[in-house]
Design a protein around this ligand. Sequence first.
Ligand code: ZN
Ligand code: ZN
Length: 553
Amino acid sequence: MKQACTDCAASYDISQDEQDFHADMEVPAPTQCPNCRFVRRLNERNARNLYKRKCDLTGRDFISPYSDVPFPVYHPDEWFTDKWDEYDYGKEVDWNRPFFDQLEELLHAVPRQGQFICPGTIENSDYVNCAGYLKDCYLVAETDYNERCLYGNRVFHNQYVVDCSNIYNSELCYECVDVRKCHSLRYSIDCDTCSDSYFLKSCIGCRDCIGCMNQRQKQYMLYNEQLTKEEYARKKAELNLHSHDGVQAVRKKATAFWSLQPHRYVQMEQVQNCSGDHLYDSKNAHDCVDCSDLEDCKYCARVFSVKSAMDYTSWGDKSEKMFQCGSCGDNCYNLRYCTTCTTNCSDLTYCGHCTGCKDCFGCIGMRKKRYCILNKQYNEKEYRSLCKRLTEHMQSTGEWGEFLPKRFCPFGYNETIAAEYFPLTKEEALAKGYKWKNTHDELPNVEKVIPAEKLPQSIADVPDDILNWAVTCEETKRPFRIIKQELEFYRQLDIPVPHFHPDERHRRRMELRPSRIFYDRNCSKCGKEIATTFAPDRPETIYCEECYLNEVY
Ligand SMILES: [Zn+2]
Ligand SMILES: [Zn+2]
């Protein structure tokens, strides 16, 4: 079935398996193309851009992804109490008005949980978001089960890692992207079970290596060249990896070396009948990116442990039968068109910011409620008959089956994950109907401000005093601070102090990943057709799975 997207006009196909899934979820076929749907859902998640603000209930200061928003924002400690009542905002359905207008009024009225943290699981980690089970962490987002992790996103089950993204079960790593089970690894991409190495790409099981790509179970290798233990030690010392200039020189050389090596068309491990990128331990999952442990899924991103879902982004965790949902997860079942619904929700339609709810339609900010519409309580029979009538009403207004309108989203495009996958200028974002957040940095109250270029080459020459300074980012000129735990980390690992603002460091990490758009092209070696995230005009040599495995083993 071919359709034209009502947002971007692109033609897109709705396959038979999608039609079957829609029938099972009792929803119509979407009127937007998969990409427009993806971007819209990503815009529901502001994980990393946090602001100092006051709790609108108590006046307490805290850190929140919400800055200038029309609704009250409560600290999670207050939001989860009975100091306020979600029924106070309940409304009867007005059958003479579009449903979305009524839902929007509710969205602007009901208090919102002001920081996405799992209450009672966060210890000494105030500056975090989309987080649970953390101890002594700072500025990490979309993150669970970590200790002493600083500056990063999508950081899961790690100890003492700094400036990493998409890192799992690792320890003592620095500036790594898409790595799993690594130890003392630095400046590396797409690696598994590597240790004590610098600048590795697509390596597995390597240790004591520098600048290598596509290697398996190697030791003492420099730019894919096998050295003896003594040669390696001598050459490593010459590289001056403890100094800023030394790191920069190896970064430049490694990047140039990698660009000449064959690249695997996508990253997938332990998958069966799957398509996508950075997809792990999954079965029958298609067009899914940055996911693990999926079964029977399509068009999913950044979710884990999910069964039977389509058009689902962030976060999963034992969730099933999810359609067109963003930022929902932790044991959720049968959710349609929902945003930010958490922990033990089931059978929700057009709900936002609910937790522990069942059988609700068009509710906002409800906690452990059942049979509610627009935050008003009904009995089961009334609820079922009103849902039926409401669905018909929404069909007559053309709203049924549409995801929540863009105007509902309180975030600027540039604040959300959407901008990470699909960067837009302010003008482009506004033209597409998204909001934009104008930001400015408060000047830090410090003894002195020094340009990054003036920082000592080696951490050994950095005085404790640096904790009282601000550094001006070499690229963006934005001021940033070095915190105590961070300085200790650099000292312990003998790493030079970064020259870039944490946001610029994040942007550079994201730039190391290919796009999330799939292109049809041919394997550079055997000519076989492949769907890859490397655009046809990119300079890298791209191998299909078979040719890639022949190359590395
Ligand atoms: Zn479109
Ligand atoms: Zn091939």
